[in-house]
Write a protein that binds this ligand. Structure first.
Ligand code: SF4
Ligand code: SF4
Length: 120
């Protein structure tokens, strides 16, 4: 957790994430199955997902013992890109890197630690 909360801009958060990518290779990324293109309203490419049960899907690759989202391109901690950024699932869209006080989400540092990256 940051001892000196900051107020990061959207641009600086995007730049930070583009040089990290740890969360996309740490957690299971699951969401309501109807977010996929298996339905006419869905946008997440269904071929990049796995059906977990009747109601939930996850991004392919994220439910393994060594998770890595199939949509992630690049090298963790260097340069990464979400290849389905415009169509990523709600769980990725809603993830807050910093709270309203500018304090880092502890999940970020959990993921970064797993990949040997310095905490934020
Ligand atoms: S772990 Fe945090 S800083 Fe790194 S890519 Fe994910 S959201 Fe961004
Ligand atoms: S869909 Fe994109 S943002 Fe979400 S986990 Fe995969 S690579 Fe990361």
């Amino acid at each position: 957790m940051s001892l000196n909360p900051i107020s990061p801009s959207l641009e600086s958060v995007e730049a930070l994430c583009q040089s990290c990518g740890a969360c996309c290779s740490t957690f299971r990324v699951s969401f309501y199955w109807a977010e996929t293109t298996a339905t006419s309203q869905g946008c997440v490419p269904v071929e990049m997902t796995e059906q977990m049960n009747l109601y939930r899907s996850c991004m392919k690759g994220t439910s393994s013992a060594t998770p890595r989202c199939a949509a992630l391109e690049g090298q963790i901690g260097q340069q990464v890109r979400c290849t389905i950024y415009e169509n990523r699932p709600s769980v990725c869209r809603e993830y807050q890197v910093f709270d309203s006080s500018g304090v880092i989400n502890p999940r970020c540092n959990e993921a970064r630690k797993k990949h040997g990256l310095t905490p934020l």
